[in-house]
Design a binder for this molecule. Structure first.
Ligand code: CTP
Length: 398
């Protein structure tokens, strides 16, 4: 049995929140309802009190609640946070980090998976501002059950109806059962490229977007891990709920990894660390008339190999291999030479997958030599496959 927080905002579809509450209870879960003030004007807390067997929370400062800092205390107790129905207003508040009532303050304190089911008039739903808020929340790992089409309370037809409560319950249960595999585990993930300065203006780098590593971090977070994400320079926003350490060069990444590695149960090196750097970057911009003859290129430290040489028993180390030919053979060699527990190899010469893309196809090879080729998957789905494999290895290590 898990504890679920059910946030309820002031949409006409609010009555469906009762069915959602009941659905989670039928699966044996304990539901704590949180209403916004406007929602409490539509359905008074007493109804939810009776259904949930718990005092519904509306106000941020309520002396009658048994916790001292209720939003933080409750956030630590729950395994899932569902908001259904969610209004355009609550989406905007979550997306901006506004915290002026219990529900929005609670969102910022939550570290578990968040599932939102919006409901509103179609014009409000498709408004670019609302869609922008949804996109920002998605980037931070929030899951959505999108509104359905049909007759709306305002008399219009269109997309905006709260999704079928049974779908919302099913998605919630799905998130819940994936949410505990890494609970209490410390996970270290690196992501993105590194940049090796030639002079104050130019650098050597690669095409890594950081998307794969960010999804790996996000999925670990969803499964309940404490995650540290060491990220090279990327253009995407990191998920919330984890510690982000921004770095630029391979040397900086190594320093950050060294700081966190000993405390990590699982380390995933998804970063595309530049293999070369300038031995002595020029202090001033190199003028084009003077060919940079003195700028010698040397190897960067192989962070992963060095970790493989000093990992302690029980610690799991996962590497990536970006290859353009003989993918599996090259990956097996890296697995062995870097003393890894798992390697995720992908063919970066293929159009449409790998670097910069949203999808990827990989071969996973574990330390026993067992390999598995995935279909073309979203990077999010591939991250789930990787963590399933890691959790499988952890089981066997026990
Ligand atoms: N890696 C690392 N430090 C480096 C280079 C790579 O930690 N200086 C890690 C990457 O994060 C990845 C793995 O090693 O998990 C494999 O990186 P890849 O570039 O594919 O392989 P290399 O070992 O660098 O070999 P090559 O480029 O010759 O294929």
């Amino acid at each position: 049995m898990a504890k679920i927080a059910l946030g309820v905002a002031s949409s006409i579809s609010i009555y469906k929140a009762c069915e959602i509450l009941r659905g989670f209870q039928k699966e044996g879960h304990d539901v704590q309802v949180i209403e916004t003030r406007n929602a409490a004007a539509l359905i008074p807390p007493a109804l939810f009190d009776a259904l949930s067997g718990r005092r519904t929370i509306v106000e941020l400062f309520d002396d009658r609640q048994p916790w001292s800092v209720a939003h933080v205390a409750l956030a630590k107790e729950i395994a899932l946070f569902v908001v259904a129905p969610a209004t355009a207003n609550i989406l905007a508040k979550f997306a901006c980090g506004l915290a002026d009532d219990f529900l929005s303050t609670f969102y910022l304190a939550v570290r578990t998976p968040v599932l939102i089911a919006p409901a509103m008039n179609e014009a409000m739903w498709i408004h670019p501002q609302t869609q922008d808020n949804v996109r920002r929340l998605r980037e931070r790992g929030v899951e959505f059950v999108e509104p359905a089409g049909g007759y709306l309370a305002c008399g219009d037809e269109g997309q905006g109806r709260l999704a079928d409560p049974q779908r919302i319950i099913a998605r919630g249960l799905d998130l819940l059962c994936r949410g505990t595999g890494l609970r209490g585990k410390k996970v270290l993930v690196t992501a993105g490229p590194t940049r090796e300065a030639m002079d104050p203006v130019r650098y050597l780098s690669n095409r890594s977007s950081g998307k794969m590593g960010f999804e790996v971090a996000r999925e670990a977070l969803r499964r309940g891990a404490d995650v540290v994400l060491i990220a090279g320079p990327v253009a995407i926003a990191p998920p919330s709920g984890l510690e982000v350490v921004p770095v630029t060069s391979a040397a900086e990444m190594k320093e950050a990894v060294d700081k966190h590695f000993s405390g990590a149960d699982v380390t995933v090196m998804a970063a595309a660390v530049a293999d070369f750097m300038f031995r002595a970057p020029a202090v001033r911009k190199v003028k084009k008339e003077t060919l940079p003859a003195g700028l010698e290129i040397v190897r960067t430290p192989d962070i992963l190999k060095e970790l493989g040489g000093r990992k302690r028993p029980g610690q799991i180390l996962v590497g990536f291999a970006a290859e353009t030919n003989a993918v599996e053979a090259a990956a097996r060699k890296k697995l062995r030479e870097k003393n890894l527990d798992l390697i995720v190899a992908n063919d970066v010469s293929r159009e449409g997958t790998g670097f910069e893309a949203d999808v990827n196809q990989a071969v996973l090879i574990d330390r026993r030599g067992k390999s598995r080729k995935t279909d073309i998957l979203s990077k999010r789905a591939l991250a789930a496959v990787i963590w399933d494999a890691v959790e499988g290895l952890r089981e066997k290590k026990k």
